[in-house]
Design a protein around this ligand. Structure first.
Ligand SMILES: NC(=O)c1ccc[n+]([C@@H]2O[C@H](COP(=O)([O-])OP(=O)(O)OC[C@H]3O[C@@H](n4cnc5c(N)ncnc54)[C@H](OP(=O)(O)O)[C@@H]3O)[C@@H](O)[C@H]2O)c1
Length: 286
């Protein structure tokens, strides 16, 4: 049995679906049973509860050999992941796969990658078999800009000439499923990226090609972006943490490069940004 946390989220759902498609036995830890109806129908066993609840963690981990730990960014994330790791040790889990990030390095300064690195270190020292999945910027983040692209032919981000090697979260899910069902992945850290290292001006070109209409990337000052984002992210810690990470990306720091992880583990190329946008072209007003 393989436990998937965050199973109604982007990476967790992609991993759970990929595992189910491979015929694996999946238990999904979810907070909202309704949101997980599709997973249940596809054959996943559900445990409904909160990762902060020790009894729920014990119930979710009971009888599982392997697990994917993917949780959203918050001030509590590191503690949640440490407690999950302790519970996994207690339950006798053999292999813990953690969804981390490519920017998570020993010298990471921004809070989100720094907490991922600390969580990785905690897991590495736990005695569990582990694999770190370290993706770059999700293509799905661009869906948040689909509205302005549709209405104005523009998208507004504070990322300057920063570069990312964007990845479709479904490719991440496929990588996680390959790791959890294959051999030889314990003790490995995999940086997972899409096929191209792109500035957001390059991304605008790819989007233009995909939807057949000129799209412009507008670099906005970080302060005004912060005000916009504050309407959606009401938690101050989360807001500051995202702004700090975006500041690092915008600074042109050497945070991203392409890797051949998808090709090596899946035997195929990762999805290109152009193909991703084409798939969602109605949202972008094509
Ligand atoms: N965005 C990027 O570009 C990027 C790049 C690299 C790495 N990452 C990393 O990816 C991770 C986020 O993954 P994601 O985008 O898949 O997250 P997501 O879509 O926000 O999903 C979060 C999942 O966690 C569940 N959850 C939240 N709090 C919970 C709790 N207390 N107990 C149980 N479940 C809980 C949510 O359930 P509900 O559906 O009930 O809310 C949801 O299923 C983060 O750690 C981030 O640092 C992101």
């Amino acid at each position: 049995m393989i436990l998937v946390t965050g199973a109604t989220g982007k990476t967790g759902a992609a991993a759970a679906n990929a595992l189910l498609a491979k015929g694996a036995k999946v238990r999904a830890l979810v907070r909202n049973e309704e949101k997980a109806a599709g997973l249940k129908q596809a054959g996943a066993e559900l445990v409904v509860g909160d990762v902060n609840d020790a009894a729920v963690l014990a119930q979710a981990l009971e009888g599982c050999e392997k697990a994917l730990l993917t949780l959203p960014n918050s001030q509590q994330q590191l503690d949640q992941e440490k407690r999950f790791t302790d519970a996994a040790v207690k339950a006798g889990l053999r292999h813990l796969v953690k969804l981390s990030s490519m920017e998570a390095r020993p010298d990471a300064k921004a809070p989100i990658p720094a907490l991922h690195w600390q969580s990785e270190e905690y897991i590495r020292k736990s005695g569990l078999g582990w694999t770190m999945i370290k993706p770059n910027f999700f293509m799905q983040n661009l869906l948040g800009s689909a509205g302005t692209i549709k209405e104005q032919g523009k998208f507004f981000l504070p990322l300057g000439d920063g570069k990312t090697a964007m990845i479709d979260t479904r490719d991440i899910g496929d990588v996680v499923a390959a790791v959890l069902t294959g051999d030889g992945h314990i003790g490995q850290s995999y940086e997972v990226t899409g096929p191209e290292l792109l500035t957001f001006h390059d991304a605008a070109d790819r989007i233009s090609k995909a939807i057949g209409r000129k799209v412009e990337y507008v670099n906005v000052p970080m302060d005004s972006y912060r005000q916009t984002l504050a309407r959606f992210l009401t938690n101050e810690w989360h807001l500051n943490a995202v702004i700090e990470l975006f500041g690092e990306i915008a600074s042109g720091a050497d945070l991203a490069h392409t890797t051949d992880t998808v090709k090596k583990l899946l035997g195929r190329e990762p999805k290109s940004l152009e193909a991703f946008i084409r798939e969602h072209k109605a949202l972008f007003g094509a």
